[in-house]
Design a protein around this ligand. Structure first.
Ligand SMILES: [Zn+2]
Ligand SMILES: [Zn+2]
Length: 259
């Protein structure tokens, strides 16, 4: 299984995953050109994709979903709530490329098994995904206000977890955002703090997770160093020394993860 975060952060998100000959884009929250060029940079022709999976309707995840689907004739996989809410952004998608999934019900694309699971976030019907193929599993979860028990069960045993470390609570509280926005981010349906991300990883370590990519960092309320330090501090506090932690890049390809 190959996983490549192309862009990750509050200004735009897109990742690539491939296994068993199935090639998928997860979200497309930047311009079509940026996503397309990033794919070419990692040796993937956009027309070779089997589809675009969408986590939720927010524009930092959907900006070029419609553009890419039309240009390369790509199926778009999302649940009903997300299709409805993102319609003004993605506009017309060829009905043959509309692929509905149900939150909580797994499905297959080729041999890849995909489970969309409910996440706490202030979008129409946001989900995270687990991808399973040939005994390997990867969990993808960003835009999560908190880490719920149901998410723990989904992520358990993954080879790699792509998990939000959105903000440092002190930076957010002292930062420039207006009060209502701070409250929104801090709420259980907002975004996950570095500290809570670290705590989630401590729990997931117990299920065999040894690889974490920290994702969706806030530009205003976090830095790569702060996120890394906060998460590793939580791991150290729990006596964990063998979890690999990488911070996803906002504006370029983070790296190629073969698991
Ligand atoms: Zn987002
Ligand atoms: Zn969001």
């Amino acid at each position: 299984m190959r996983f490549i975060p192309l862009f990750s952060g509050s200004s735009g998100n897109s990742s690539y995953i491939e296994s068993g000959g199935v090639r998928l884009l997860i979200d497309a929250g930047l311009t079509g050109k940026m996503v397309q060029d990033a794919l070419y940079d990692v040796g993937v022709r956009p027309e070779a994709l089997n589809g675009i999976l969408v986590t939720h309707d927010h524009i930092d995840h959907t900006r070029s979903v419609g553009v890419l689907s039309r240009k390369y004739n790509l199926p778009v996989y999302a649940n009903e709530g997300t299709f409805r809410a993102m319609a003004p952004i993605v506009r017309d998608i060829d009905p043959r490329n509309v692929r509905l999934f149900k939150t909580g019900e797994d499905f297959y694309i080729g041999e890849m098994n995909i489970t969309p699971f409910k996440t706490p976030h202030d979008a129409a019907e946001s989900v995270g995904f687990t991808f399973s193929h040939a005994g390997k599993k990867l969990c993808y979860m960003t835009d999560i206000g908190c880490f719920r028990e149901s998410m723990f069960s989904e992520a358990a045993g993954s080879r790699l977890v792509f998990i939000e470390a959105n903000h440092d609570i002190v930076m957010l509280k002292n930062g420039p955002y207006p009060y209502h926005l701070k409250q929104r981010i801090l709420s259980e349906s907002g975004h996950l703090s570095n500290e809570n991300c670290g705590k989630a990883l401590v729990r997931l370590y117990g299920t065999g997770v040894r690889y974490a990519v920290l994702a969706h960092l806030s530009k205003e309320n976090n830095t790569e160093e702060t996120a890394f330090a906060a998460v590793t501090a939580e791991l150290e506090k729990a006596g964990i020394a063998d979890m690999r932690v990488v911070v996803a890049k906002r504006d370029r390809v983070t790296g190629i993860f073969d698991i």
